[in-house]
Design a protein around this ligand. Structure first.
Ligand code: TMP
Length: 208
C-alpha cells in the first residue's frame, strides 16, 4: 500500500500531557483543512483496543516484559493494518498517541535489556516509522502525580513507581538522540497553550 499522508506520533512518560497535545494538534490541523485521524496505542482499532485492556489493567506482575512485547506488537500490527496504513494511503495525516518508541523504551530499556527482541520483532512485523515524533519531556514526580490522579483504572504501568518513571524519562531522552531526524524533544513543563504552539509550528501549522 503506497503511503501518502504524514504520520506523526507523541511519546513520553505517563502523565506528560501527550494525549492533550495530540488532540490539540489534531484540532489545529483539521481547522487548516484536510483529513486527520487521531488514534492511540495500545489500541486504535477494535482488535487492538481489546488487547489494550489486557495490558493496562491488573497488577504490575500480570505479564513479563517478554509477554508484553508480544502483546504490544500484536496490537500494533492490527492498528497498522486496520487504521494507520489505510489512512496514510488516502492522504490523511495520522496522529498517534504512542507508537513503537514506547515499546523501545518501556519494554526495551526500562524493564530489562530486551531492546534486541523489540527491534527484531519490529523489523519483522511492523517495519514502519513515523515521519515526525514529539517526545514530551518532564519531571517524573510531577507527571506521575498527574497520571495517578486521573484514576482511570488503567494504572498498571504507573504502579511500577517513581524509579521506573525516571528510567523511562532517561530512555525517551536517549531515544531522541538516537533518532534525531524524526524526534523533537519538547519541554512539557510549560503552559499547555505554549507547548501546543511550538508543536504546531514544528508541524508547519499555526495554533489557533
Ligand atoms: P497510555 O496510558 O499512554 O494510553 O498507555 C498505556 C500504557 O502502556 C502506558 O503506561 C505506556 C504503556 N506502553 C508500553 O509499555 N509499551 C508500549 O509499546 C505502549 C504503546 C504503551
Amino acid at each position: 500500500m503506497a503511503e501518502r499522508g504524514r504520520f506523526v506520533t507523541f511519546e513520553g512518560i505517563d502523565g506528560s500531557g501527550k494525549s492533550t497535545q495530540a488532540r490539540r494538534l489534531a484540532d489545529t490541523l483539521r481547522a487548516a483543512g484536510g483529513e486527520v485521524v487521531l488514534t492511540r496505542e495500545p489500541g486504535g482499532s477494535p482488535g487492538a483496543e481489546e488487547i489494550r485492556r489486557l495490558l493496562v489493567e491488573g497488577p504490575p506482575e500480570r505479564w513479563s516484559a517478554e509477554t508484553e512485547i508480544l502483546l504490544f506488537t500484536a496490537a500494533r500490527r492490527d492498528h497498522l493494518e486496520k487504521t494507520v496504513l489505510p489512512a496514510l494511503a488516502r492522504g490523511a495525516t495520522v496522529i498517534s498517541d504512542r507508537f513503537a518508541d514506547s515499546t523501545r523504551v518501556y519494554q526495551g530499556a526500562a524493564r530489562g535489556e530486551l531492546r534486541g527482541l523489540v527491534d527484531a520483532l519490529h523489523a519483522q512485523v511492523i517495519g514502519h516509522e513515523p515521519d515526525l515524533t514529539f517526545i514530551l519531556d518532564m519531571d517524573p514526580d510531577a507527571s506521575l502525580a498527574r497520571g495517578l490522579a486521573r484514576q482511570s483504572g488503567e494504572d498498571r504501568f504507573e504502579e511500577f513507581g517513581a524509579g521506573f518513571q525516571a528510567r523511562l524519562r532517561d530512555g525517551f531522552r536517549a531515544l531522541a538522540s538516537e533518532f534525531p531526524g524524526r524526534c523533537r524533544l519538547i519541554d512539557a513543563a510549560r503552559p499547555e497553550a505554549e507547548i501546543a504552539a511550538e508543536i504546531a509550528k514544528l508541524c508547519g501549522a499555526e495554533a489557533p
